[in-house]
Design a protein around this ligand. Structure first.
Ligand code: GFB
Length: 309
């Protein structure tokens, strides 16, 4: 990308899209185009085609998606499958029709089989059954990733895909029903502290292991890869380190400064037992994460206190 290349960030208000915007602006990219959901419904093929015909972006970051935590994924599978497949199909096809030079597709680490060997290598994709709580989202993301590869194979396009691990940071969704674990726990411990609640409820057994990447690191990685990665093979993005949900809860509790108890609600699902990405292919490109978890929790908590309402 040149500093004046026309770049479309799809989903620029979300956790990932807003971080990509911050990164591009910091690096001096001057020609970024966006549309709010209200201005452009990417599930509409007609609207998407019209937008691409008018704007003709050169580069596309495809960060628009319906996302959510374990409960939302488990409760609204039709929406997760339908909306994501529509957005991907429309944006990828319009990118081809209107000559986009390069597109970066955001997949997810939940596309891998539920019980795959750890850490998870990119080649484990489609080697076993998926985790049921997020199967619909995973199927949709696999479809998007594969579609990028098929367009590359058939039409010689340059569409790359990445699989980020569990993300956190500013502009996350802090709704307790639909959010991911990180955001929910940060809010729960904060509110318990403010309201002097005797305990905080953590879903599941606390034993599942997850890897957490700050979204500013993800944004740094995807801008780097847009400029430096041209392979047809998708790439994991993570830190290469994981912790249990119980340990995460303990860390957040300590950073928030909450002194009550933690209770586990085992009527809630655990999801996949472990999800740790193998990041050797990513490191071979020359990129490595910079924000460690403790410092990431601290800065996200500062952001949360100043911005969340
Ligand atoms: O982050 P999370 O919702 O999704 O949950 P996944 C991770 C783990 O944290 C599960 C537990 O074992 C949850 O039971 N957990 C504990 C909580 N307390 C809470 C809480 O208050 N809220 C939530 N949400 N979880 C997601 C997928 O799976 O991974 C998405 O559903 C996405 O598709 C994402 O791909 C990366 O890590 O299990």
């Amino acid at each position: 990308m040149n500093k004046d290349s026309k770049i479309y960030v799809a989903g620029h208000r979300g956790l990932v899209g807003s971080a990509i915007m911050r990164k591009l602006q910091q690096e001096g990219y001057t020609n970024i185009i966006t549309r709010t959901h209200k201005e452009l419904d990417l599930t509409s093929q007609a609207q998407t085609q019209e937008f691409f015909e008018k704007e003709k972006p050169e580069y596309v970051f495809l960060a628009a998606a319906k996302v959510g935590g374990i409960h939302a994924n488990n409760t609204y599978p039709a929406d997760f499958a339908y909306i994501n497949i529509m957005i991907e199909s429309n944006v990828i096809k319009a990118s081809y029709d209107y000559g986009v030079k390069k597109l970066l597709f955001l997949g997810s680490s939940c596309i891998y089989p539920k019980l795959c060997p750890q850490p998870i290598k990119e080649e484990y994709l489609l080697t076993g059954p998926l985790e049921k709580t997020n199967e619909a989202y995973a199927i949709a993301k696999i479809a998007g990733l594969k579609m990028c590869q098929y367009f590359n194979r058939q039409y010689g396009t340059k569409y790359i895909s990445v699989m980020p691990t569990n993300l956190y940071g500013p502009n996350d969704n802090f709704d307790l029903e639909t959010s991911h674990a990180f955001a929910a726990l940060l809010r729960k411990f904060h509110e318990a502290k403010i309201n002097n609640k005797p305990y905080v409820e953590v879903w599941g057994t606390g034993t599942p292991r997850r890897e957490f990447l700050h979204v500013d690191d993800l944004a740094d990685a995807v801008v780097y890869l847009m400029n430096n990665y041209d392979e047809n093979e998708p790439l994991n993005i993570g830190t290469g380190k994981d912790i249990t949900i119980k340990e995460l809860a303990g860390l957040i509790k300590e950073i928030v400064g909450y002194e009550g108890e933690i209770k586990f609600d085992t009527t809630k699902p655990d999801g996949t037992p472990r999800k740790l990405l193998d990041v050797s292919r990513l490191h071979a490109t020359g990129w490595k994460h910079k924000i460690e978890l403790r410092e990431g929790i601290q800065s996200t908590y500062e952001w949360f206190k100043g911005n969340w309402k």
